[in-house]
Design a protein around this ligand. Structure first.
Ligand code: PBG
Length: 333
């Protein structure tokens, strides 16, 4: 008996033979609208500070950040994510600079909104690590344990401070229990009905955050690790519980972080929940591509694009990536 589906009647190479045909059957397309660009802010005027462990990425003063936001808008990137490098003399044990209405984040947010308005979204990170002398995301007790409930109170205030400055998306990255609901309720009370929450729902205690900690200046200060609140790298089911809780608490979208090593989590999240799923291709992932390309592993742009399309294939609505501007430029040809 002949199998009617078998070779040579079926040749999967037929549709791959030409570029037009490959384009015609392509299942996933990456567009600049899929990209969110993380930007690091520093005090000063006309400052660009390259970050050694993150080649090609700099900290910018607020005037230069505004230029980056305009660049993003012109490239069709819908959203930028802001992270401050707080001056050391403004860091303390309880991260109170996070609540200063005039802190770097708030001033940068206002400056971008003044210049670009609603032509771009601004995502702001809620967590205390860029503001604390110990580098932890929350308040620590005498033993150095990060205290959940006391931290919630300050995170709520931090989120309101960011929303008042004009943030469009609040992104809690702290992994405290109950923070999404607490922040949502307080945003509603303050009439910030349309300020979204993108929850860092499944955020792992990962080794891939090193260059980011250099960028915000917390690598030197961080005492210990973050394993009592960030997820164990071996767990998948627990990520689904985290995501379900954040959705129930009012998250508009959820994030998986890091990205490429956790595509199974992205895929499961997309399959199990009807909600936009984002992935954060974190600093260490970015730096590894740059290091690999510099070491001759492959073409840098090709490596970059292959990794970015993988997120789309897995089901992402979008990707936070330090490659955003370069990738968007490439997509525009
Ligand atoms: C802070 C935060 C981190 C990142 C985003 N927000 C670092 C951490 O949790 O230590 C990492 C991003 C990256 O590595 O690019 N809560």
């Amino acid at each position: 008996m002949t199998d009617l589906t078998a070779y040579p009647r079926t040749r999967l190479r037929r549709s791959r033979a030409t570029a037009w045909s490959r384009a015609m059957v392509r299942e996933n397309i990456l567009s600049p609208a899929d990209l969110i660009w993380p930007l690091f802010i520093v005090e000063g005027d006309n400052v660009e500070e390259p970050i050694d462990s993150l080649p090609g990425v700099s900290r910018w003063s607020i005037d230069r950040i505004v230029a980056r936001a305009k660049e993003a808008r012109d490239l069709g990137i819908p959203c930028v994510a802001l992270f401050p490098n707080t001056p050391n003399d403004k860091r303390n044990d309880d991260g109170s600079e996070a609540l200063n209405v005039d802190n770097l984040m708030c001033r940068a947010t206002k400056a971008i909104k003044d210049a670009v308005g609603d032509d771009i979204g601004i995502l702001t990170d809620v967590a205390l690590d860029p503001y604390t002398t110990h580098g932890q995301d929350g308040l620590v007790d005498a033993q150095g344990y990060v205290e959940n409930d006391r931290t919630l109170d300050i995170l709520i205030k931090q989120a309101l401070n960011q929303a008042n400055a004009g943030a469009d998306i609040i992104a809690p990255s702290d992994m405290m229990d109950g923070r999404v609901g607490a922040i949502r309720d307080n945003l509603e009370l303050a009439h910030h009905h349309n300020v979204q929450i993108m929850a860092y729902a499944a955020k792992y205690a990962s080794a891939f955050y090193g260059p980011f900690r250099d960028a915000v200046g917390s690598s030197g200060t961080l005492k210990g690790n973050k394993k009592t609140y960030q997820m164990d790298i071996a767990n998948g089911d627990e990520a689904m519980r985290e995501i379900a809780l954040d959705i129930a608490e009012g998250a508009d979208s959820v994030m998986v972080k890091p990205g490429l090593a956790y595509l199974d989590i992205v895929y499961r999240a997309k399959t199990e929940f009807n909600i936009p799923v984002f992935a954060y291709q974190v600093s260490g992932e970015y730096a590894l591509v740059e290091a690999g390309a510099a070491a001759g592993v492959g073409d840098r742009d090709a490596l970059m694009m292959e990794k970015l399309i993988a997120f789309k294939r897995a089901g992402c609505s979008g990707i936070l990536t330090y490659f955003a501007a370069d990738a968007a430029r490439l997509l525009h040809g």
